[in-house]
Write a protein of this length. Structure first.
Ligand code: 26V
Length: 827
């Protein structure tokens, strides 16, 4: 029904086709006779883009007119993936575009091939960036007035190639042709760096600070429309690009013969938004990274404040109009910047300003790993942002004074919670600044939210009370992660629930539990999984030359490579299986269940251990896949360049996926939710959202193993006191590696030493036995296909909780205090 009212709909099939042809012939200046798939992608995107723009403008007008509170989601990463398929589905006209009477079919194109032409927008590392993308989809779909703010990196996360078993990084230049962004050359902000602070006294005797001098860089806005599903609401994602403030280059310098330095200025400016930092979970304190953060934060706040000022409201109403969510500590400088704007530029009193600031911001923590917690050195901030450093010191002073009043004489407490760490050099602890400057702090799964309250932020619970700290368990958008990635499964579910309404209210999935015994339903369910596996097998053949049998058990671990995620434990387990197959007689071998172990994921370019893990996986693959004794009983593949669009192919094809982080280290995980939603089961530790998935789907439907988070500390302690006896099965694995079974063992020495000699920080040995046992349980479970399918259907039916729509509603109600803007109101 909503479709009829929106201007974005093509009126009929001819409407799409004529728009398509017009774009081929005029926008692209080509003819239909030499229209290849690239051109078809471009024309199709432009046709849909035209429709999107109309609703986008109307949504923005509606939001401005309504003048209600907006939320701004500040994230350095938005891992969007492809846009065309998503736009067609959210608008609800993919079928029409495909149609054989007058659509792509009729024009001689397969829509899947056209969709594949699009380059992923990969402006993120992993879970944190993809979460931001899912949140944008939900915000638009639920009609919340919301904007995303990020950086328009010229290079997203690098493209990964595997050459001779090693990761090689290739730049990801993705902006060649990008119809989904709109440069706003009229929306710019001058951003200042360096310089000095000039303090003076005004006529009332008040000290005023002026930040002067330094370097100026221009921020240019690029807007990306975010269509909601089954609603005309189309929100905005604004990405900032850096440019020399003087324009292209400084003509004055150029004319006076200083050509080189005029170009250098331009290049220095453009470097700021040039490239996404490819580490996740490792903070290195680089100046350019801090420049990125301030550049983006300052431009976004300027924009937000400018919009607020147009309403001519009093400053104290700012938090009634504006909620800003900090996606991790990366935008924490926004707290300082808003305080600076209010005090230095707008002349508010400190306390009044600080009240506005703290009521505006919310902070989401995404990790407890100490090496990922951001700290910036005081000398660096002093140099780059001298006024901000003074404000940080003042924030800290007033905060510590209030702590001293409430806990008199507790010097240790003051030292522990100080925003400034008294190290050499002194450091600013960004998470502490974010907590002090926000009204709510949340973790991303129940266990994680409990952990931050009892470990890294314990003292702040004492100081601020428990209510400031809350949990919002992560979620995923079912539009992309069910309907788009797995259209046949989505349609099968719709055939049982009556409609596709479960895509808007995922709890409606529970209706399929009534059909769990329906033979036709089960048969189709199994057929869909097999077809998805066959499609992945085809991709594996094309990209790795390894032939895998779609009827084998597909065991998948795809995510960033990190020791805490324990891909090393997985590959050690695979080696153990290989050794067992080798040791078995031909008769015994028949009893093994055929398996395909599938890995994928990028290592941060400087993360040596992660690269070693990738190398071992590939080395094991080349031995195992060519061993005649093994045949189809075991295949090991590493899929290169795992990204969002590959996830859409891989996830629906999984039987079992691995979420096996050391307990207490994976804040939530979100791919675990995607796999289960697509009818795969999971093997996992009691960590992150695995725990809540278990609660929802039932413990019979998940394979849990390993030590619990409360045991981790003691185990580590034990290791350090030499109480570490290696698991005997792991010893066998190490022996095989050291014998050279997978090539030069020196190449893998680091992985072995970490476990055997360096304290096994991630408890690989402690969990190894229960990990292997659980895989045996999985083999047995998979043999009973009837029970297996029952588990899968039951699990899917109970996944309603994990939609990002539920998260967004929780944030809206508990943190942002915003309401959806009904679409009818402006019609
Ligand atoms: C940290 C850093 C440090 C500096 C260099 C660049 C960089 C980029 C990202 C990060 C953040 C790491 C935290 C993170 O990605 N956490 C993940 O967040 C997911 C969404 O909440 C969650 O599902 C994952 O469990 C968690 O690891």
């Amino acid at each position: 029904a909503w479709l009829k009212h929106q201007v974005s709909a093509f009126k009929d099939k001819d409407g799409f086709e004529s728009s398509f042809v017009r774009h081929i012939e005029t926008t692209l200046a080509r003819s239909m006779f030499n229209c290849d798939e690239t051109a078809a992608y471009a024309a199709c995107s432009l046709a849909f883009r035209d429709r999107l723009i109309l609703e986008w403008n109307r949504t923005q007008q509606r939001q401005t007119f309504a003048d209600s509170k907006r939320v701004y989601y500040l994230s350095l990463e938005f891992l969007m993936g492809r846009a065309l398929d998503n736009a067609m589905l959210n608008i609800g006209q993919k079928e029409l575009a495909k149609a054989s009477e007058a659509g792509l079919d009729n024009l001689g194109f397969r829509i899947e091939d056209v969709i594949q032409q699009e380059h992923d927008a990969a402006l993120g590392n992993g879970g944190l960036g993809r979460l931001a993308a899912c949140f944008l989809d939900s915000l638009a779909s639920l009609n919340y007035p919301a904007w995303g703010y990020g950086l328009r990196y010229r290079y997203g996360i690098f493209k990964q190639e595997i050459i001779d078993g090693y990761q090689v990084e290739v730049p990801d230049y993705w902006l060649d042709f990008n119809p989904w962004e709109f440069p706003r050359h009229d929306v710019t902000v001058d951003i200042q760096f360096y310089g000095y602070v000039h303090k003076s006294t005004d006529e009332n005797g008040k000290t005023v600070a002026r930040w002067e001098g330094g370097e100026t860089v221009k921020a240019v806005a690029y807007d990306v429309p975010i269509p909601g599903y089954a609603t005309p609401s189309t929100n905005n994602l604004r990405l900032w690009s850096s440019k020399a403030a003087s324009g292209e280059f400084d003509f004055q310098k150029f004319n006076s013969g200083d050509y080189e330095s005029s170009v250098a200025d331009q290049q220095r400016a453009e470097t700021i938004s040039a490239v996404l930092y490819p580490n996740d979970n490792l903070e290195r304190g680089k100046e350019l990274r801090l420049k990125q953060q301030y550049f983006w934060v300052a431009a976004s706040l300027y924009d937000i404040v400018r919009r607020f000022k147009k309403t001519r409201r009093a400053w104290k109403e700012f938090p009634d109009q504006v909620a800003i969510q900090l996606n991790d500590t990366h935008p924490t400088l926004a707290i300082v910047e808003l305080q600076r704007i209010l005090v230095d530029l707008e002349g508010l009193e400190w306390d009044e300003a600080w009240n506005i600031v703290t009521n505006t911001f919310g902070y989401t923590n995404h990790t407890v790993l100490p090496e990922a917690l951001e700290k910036w050195s005081v000398p660096l901030i002093q140099h780059l942002l001298p006024r901000h450093l003074q404000i940080v010191y003042d924030i800290n002073l007033f905060f510590l004074q209030s702590v001293e009043r409430a806990h008199p004489g507790d010097r240790d407490l003051l030292a522990r919670v100080s925003i400034i760490e008294e190290s050499q050099p002194k450091m600013v602890r960004m998470a502490y600044l974010a907590i002090v400057g926000s009204h709510k702090v949340n973790g991303v799964a129940e266990l994680h939210s409990d952990l931050i309250k009892t470990t890294i932020f314990k003292d702040f619970v004492t100081i601020f009370g428990p209510d400031k700290f809350t949990n919002v368990t992560n979620g995923i958008t079912p539009r992309r992660w069910l309907h788009q990635a797995n259209p046949r499964l989505s349609d099968l579910i719709a055939s049982k629930t009556g409609t596709h309404d479960f895509l808007k209210d995922l709890t409606l999935l529970n209706k399929i539990e009534l059909s769990v015994d329906d033979p036709a339903f089960r048969k189709e369910w199994a057929a869909i999984k097999l077809a998805n596996k066959a499609k992945l097998a085809e991709h594996i053949k094309n990209t790795t030359d390894v032939v895998v049998d779609p009827s084998a058990l597909f065991d998948v671990q795809v995510k960033r490579i990190h020791e805490y995620k324990r891909q090393q434990m997985n590959i050690f387990g695979v080696i153990h299986r290989y050794l067992r197959i080798k040791a078995a007689s031909p008769e015994e071998r028949k009893k093994f269940l055929p398996r395909v172990s599938i890995f994928g994921g990028k290592a941060a370019p400087g993360y040596w251990m992660a690269k070693q893990i990738i190398h071992l996986i590939n080395a094991v693959g080349s031995v195992v896949n060519n061993d005649k004794d093994v045949g189809n009983l075991l295949k090991v593949v590493f899929l290169e360049d795992y990204n969002v669009s590959k996830a859409e192919l891989i996830i629906p094809a999984s039987d079992i996926s691995e979420h096996i982080s050391t307990a207490g280290t994976e804040a939530s995980g979100t791919s675990n939710m995607k796999f289960v939603l697509n009818g795969g089961l999971i093997i996992g530790t009691c960590d992150g959202a695995n725990i809540e998935i278990t609660r929802e789907i039932g413990e019979n439907n998940i394979f849990l193993f390993g030590n619990l988070s409360e045991e981790v500390e003691d185990l580590r302690h034990g290791h350090n006191y030499g109480l570490h006896t290696l698991d005997p099965e792991l010893v066998q694995v190490f022996e095989a590696i050291e014998k050279g079974t997978f090539g030069d063992s020196k190449d893998f020495a680091g992985m072995i030493t970490a476990v055997r000699d360096h304290g096994d920080y991630y408890l690989v040995s402690d969990d190894f036995h229960s990990y292997l046992e659980t895989h045996d349980v999985i083999d047995e479970a998979y043999r009973n296909q009837e029970d297996w399918i029952t588990k899968c259907i039951t699990s899917v039916s109970r996944m309603g909780f994990f939609t990002s729509d539920r998260c967004i509603n929780e944030y809206a109600e508990g943190i942002w205090n915003i309401e959806p803007l009904p679409v009818e109101s402006a019609e």
